[in-house]
Design a protein around this ligand. Structure first.
Ligand code: FAD
Length: 533
C-alpha cells in the first residue's frame, strides 16, 4: 500500500471526484487504482483561500513498486507506514502480585486495558462511582447545587473527560502511532468510525459514557478487576520500592507495581505522596475564565458562506496573544456548540470547564481564555500551586454568591472594568447559574490585565469575539496539573521503584488522547520492567 498526502479537493466535490483526482495525481489510468482508504481528512479554512478538503490516503495500485520508483522525487507519495500496534510482551506465568492501576480516567483505562491484553490481570482502584451513578451525582451539582466530593466531574469512572466535548486530538509527538491504538480501541467500544480519519475527531458526553462501560467490561473479561469507591490514601514503600497501597477503608493491598493515574484534581493524594517523600516538583499551568459566544458568530467568522455545512460541523478556534506584560493568553479546551459546566471537586469552590454532545448543536460556543503562570507566581514549594488554585476557586465561590453559581461579566463591561448588571443577547449556559458582577478581583492583577488586552486582539482574528454581550464566567483553574510526579526514562518515579506516575495528574498528558497514549506507554514500561526482572 502507498500513502498519498495532501490531496486537495473542493468542499462540495462529488464522491467520484476523489478516485479521479487520485488517478490524476498518481498519473495512472483509473483502472490501475485498485482500492483506496481515507486515512485523514481535514480542511483548509484560511481566509482569502477557497475552502478545501485535504485528504491523506492509503492506496493500492496495480504496480506499486514501479509507481513508487517513478514518483521517487515526490515528497507527498511514499509507502504507507505501519500504524498497527505491537505488544511489547506477555505476562510471565509466575507473577507474584498483580499490578495495580490507581484511577480510571483515560490514562488508567488504557494502562489497565493494555496490561489486561498482555495477561497481567491488573486491579484498578477508582475513588469515584461507576459512570451511571456518577452521572446522577454530577447532575446533582448542576441542577440542585449539591456537590459530592467523591463523585463529580473530576472523580469517577471515565475520569475528568467523561463529561466533556470528547475532543480526541493532541499535538504530542507520536512516532509509534499509539494515538491510533487509542482511537481504534475507542471505535471497538462504540465510538463512530469517523474518529479514525477526521482531523479533529470528537465524541461528546453521551457516547463517552457507554464507551467507558464497554472498556471496563473488556478489561474485566480479560482477567482485570475494576473496583469503585476505593480511594487510595497512602503508599507503602520499602527500600525505595513500592510494596503496596493503603485504601481509605484501611485495607492494605500488596503489590510491587503501581500505575498512579490520578488526574489533576487529586489534591489529597498528591499531598499523601508528597508526605511519603515521592519526588515531585511544581510546574507551570494556566488560570483564566470561560467565554461564551453565539456559535453562529464563530461559524460565520471561520467558514463565511460555508457556515453550517454538514462536513464542517460547528466551527472551533484556537487563539494566542502575547500581552505587553509578558504573559501569554490563549484559548483552551474550546467546545463548539456546547455548555459551560461546574467542575469543582471540592466544597465551597467554583471551577468552570466545558462540554458538549456529539451533535454540538447547543446555541453557544465556549472556551477557556487562560493565562500561563509559572511556579514563580506561587512560590512556596511543590504544593503551592494547589494552594494557589484553591484560593482562586474559593474567591470565585464567594463572588458567585456562595451557592455554586459562577461569577460572570459581559465582555464589554470586563474590558471597560465596570460591573455587569444585566445580560445581553448571550445567555450563559453554566448551571446552577451565573451571578453577574465584576471579575476584576477574580484573578491576580497581571492575569486580568493580560486578558483585558487579549480580548480586543482576538476580536481582530475572529470578528465579534470581543462583542459586548459575550459572557465571561470563572474561574478556570484546572487546566493541567500544578505539579509533576517526575519519572525517569523507564517511566518509574525518580525515587520509588515500581511506581509509575502517569497521565495528566503526574504532568505527562493534557487531554483524553494524550492521557490514553501515556497509559499505553506506562503499561509497556511496567510490562518490560517485570519481564526484565
Ligand atoms: P483523569 O481523567 O482526571 O482520571 C483520574 C482518575 O483518578 C479519576 O477518575 C479520579 O477519580 C481517580 N483518582 C484520583 N485520586 C484517586 C485516589 N486517591 N484513589 C483512587 N482513584 C483516584 N480533554 C480532551 O482531550 N478533550 C476534551 O474535550 C476535554 N474536555 C474536558 C471537559 C471537562 C469538563 C474536563 C474536566 C476535562 C476535559 N478534558 C478534555 C481533559 C481530560 O478530561 C483530561 O486531560 C483527561 O481526563 C486526563 O486523563 P487522566 O486519566 O490522566 O486523569
Amino acid at each position: 500500500m502507498l500513502r498519498l498526502n495532501e490531496l486537495r479537493l473542493p468542499l462540495d466535490h462529488a464522491p467520484e471526484a476523489l478516485p479521479a483526482a487520485i488517478a490524476q495525481r498518481l498519473k495512472i489510468k483509473p483502472a490501475e487504482l485498485l482500492a483506496f482508504e481515507v486515512f485523514k481528512r481535514s480542511y483548509d479554512a484560511r481566509r482569502g483561500h477557497p475552502l478545501t478538503l485535504i485528504y491523506t490516503l492509503d492506496i493500492t495500485v496495480a504496480n506499486e513498486t514501479a509507481l513508487l520508483k517513478r514518483m521517487a522525487g515526490d515528497n507527498k507519495i511514499g509507502p504507507s507506514p505501519d500504524t498497527s500496534y505491537h505488544f511489547v510482551g506477555q505476562a510471565p506465568a509466575n507473577l507474584q502480585h498483580r499490578p495495580v492501576v490507581v484511577g480510571f480516567g483515560p490514562c488508567g483505562i488504557f494502562a489497565a486495558l493494555l496490561l489486561a491484553q498482555m495477561g497481567f490481570n491488573p486491579i484498578v482502584l477508582e475513588r469515584g462511582k461507576e459512570v451511571r451513578q456518577r452521572t446522577k451525582d454530577t447532575w446533582g451539582l448542576w441542577r440542585k447545587n449539591v456537590l459530592n466530593p467523591e463523585s463529580n466531574v473530576q472523580f469517577g469512572e471515565g475520569g475528568a473527560g467523561t463529561f466533556s466535548d470528547g475532543k480526541l486530538y493532541s499535538q504530542i509527538k507520536d512516532p509509534r502511532h499509539l494515538g491510533r491504538k487509542v482511537l481504534a480501541e475507542f471505535v471497538k467500544a462504540g465510538a463512530p468510525d469517523e474518529i479514525l480519519y477526521v482531523s479533529k475527531p470528537h465524541i461528546g458526553t453521551f457516547r463517552l459514557v457507554g464507551m467507558v462501560e464497554r472498556m471496563r467490561e473488556t478489561i474485566t473479561a480479560l482477567g482485570g478487576e475494576v473496583r469503585f469507591e476505593q480511594k487510595v490514601t497512602d503508599i507503602l514503600i520499602e527500600d525505595g520500592a513500592v510494596r503496596g497501597l493503603v485504601l481509605e477503608s484501611g485495607e492494605q493491598l500488596r503489590t510491587d507495581h503501581v500505575v498512579m493515574a490520578l488526574g489533576h484534581s487529586a489534591r489529597d493524594t498528591f499531598q499523601a505522596l508528597h508526605d511519603r517523600g515521592v519526588f515531585m516538583e511544581a510546574k507551570p499551568f494556566s488560570v483564566g475564565f470561560r467565554i461564551e459566544h453565539p456559535q453562529s458568530l464563530i461559524d460565520q467568522a471561520r467558514f463565511g458562506k460555508h457556515a453550517g455545512h454538514p462536513l464542517l460541523g460547528a466551527a472551533d478556534y484556537k487563539l494566542v496573544h502575547h500581552a505587553s506584560n509578558g504573559r501569554s493568553v490563549y484559548s483552551f479546551c474550546m467546545c463548539p456548540g456546547g455548555t459551560v459546566v461546574a467542575a469543582t471537586s471540592e466544597p465551597n469552590r467554583v471551577v468552570t470547564n466545558g462540554m458538549s454532545q456529539y451533535s454540538r448543536n447547543e446555541r453557544n460556543a465556549n472556551a477557556g481564555i487562560v493565562v500561563g503562570i509559572t511556579p514563580d507566581d506561587y512560590p512556596g514549594g511543590v504544593m503551592a500551586g494547589v494552594a494557589f488554585q484553591r484560593e482562586l476557586e474559593s474567591r470565585a465561590f464567594v463572588l458567585g454568591g456562595g451557592n455554586y453559581e459562577a461569577p460572570g461579566q459581559l465582555v464589554g463591561d470586563f474590558i471597560a472594568n465596570r460591573a455587569s448588571t444585566q445580560l445581553g443577547s448571550v445567555e450563559p449556559s453554566y448551571k446552577p447559574g451565573v451571578k453577574l458582577g465584576n471579575l476584576d478581583t477574580a484573578l491576580p492583577a497581571y492575569a486580568i490585565e493580560a486578558v483585558r488586552e487579549a480580548l480586543p486582539a482576538f476580536g481582530k482574528q475572529i470578528k465579534g469575539f470581543d462583542m459586548h454581550d459575550a459572557v465571561l464566567t470563572g474561574v478556570e483553574t484546572r487546566t493541567s496539573s500544578p505539579l509533576r510526579i517526575t519519572r525517569g526514562e523507564d517511566c518509574q518515579s525518580l525515587n520509588v521503584r515500581g511506581l509509575f506516575p502517569a497521565g495528566e495528574g503526574a504532568g505527562y498528558a493534557g487531554g483524553i488522547l494524550s492521557a490514553g497514549v501515556d497509559g499505553i506507554k506506562v503499561a509497556e514500561a511496567l510490562a518490560l520492567s517485570v519481564l526484565k526482572g
